[in-house]
Design a protein around this ligand. Sequence first.
Ligand code: FES
Length: 302
Amino acid sequence: MSVILTRSCGSTIAMAEGASVLEALHRHGIAHASVCGGKARCTTCRVRVLSGQEALGPPGPLEVEALARIGAPAEVRLACQLRPTADLTVMPLLPADATMGEVAGSGGLDGRECEVAVLFVDLRDSTSLGEARMPYDVLFILNRFFLEMNRALVATGGHYSNFTGDGLMALYGLDGGDPAQAVRDALAGARLMLDAVGRVNKDLATELPQPLRIGIGLHVGEAIVGSMGPPGSQIISAIGDTVNIAARLEGLTKDYDCVLVLSRTAADMAGPPPPADRLRSVTVKGRSEAVEVYACDRVPMT
Ligand code: FES
């Protein structure tokens, strides 16, 4: 029995059995936003269900997670995940050519989805640096720190994405190549960063109230990558779960008092895993499933 899909403009189409609303629309040549290609990540395909909601199954975990991110009400669903078994009427909520900018409700982001390695670095105890030194001294030290971090990125093919106060976010694999290589490059970058911090500590031994220390978080996965930010000040950056997890892993280096927290996903891609006794299972805000990570005292060789 075929299902009739009615759009808020009044047009109707017969849906093939088991098809999603998005697939049915595209199959009939009807343009509908779908930045992530139907993977329940971008929410640009969202629709308001006007009738037939009672016959729909509940959203699955991916859809629940995506809808929660945008605070969608119960009648809003993702067209790419909806597979109705009874007639349905829906209203598209974003223009067919919507970009991720419309998702966030502000312009300036034009993204594509790709698999990247995301690395966060944070300078530990930077507050105490500020307390012990004059602002110009702090500026000098931070500039040297960022210079060295950037050198490590350039040497290993990393892309400096974002300045985060006393740390930075970097992306590897923007060329769409092998994600495993992106992780290996990111680990090489992490090694150079730690070497560089050692050098800075030596060079500035008399200036520093205590040696600089850094914490690094590294994860790999799909993310929306693109130019973001206000007109004239755009940067190439990334958003999505992969980025959130990498940021959280960097934060965990404080809890575990280690230099690197590496997701198991990234470690498995890179090569020989770190010792099994370094494996931990952590919960990450906004995710229902635990994430397995390695808390490392040194950057593993790959
Ligand atoms: S197409 Fe991206 S969430 Fe549906």
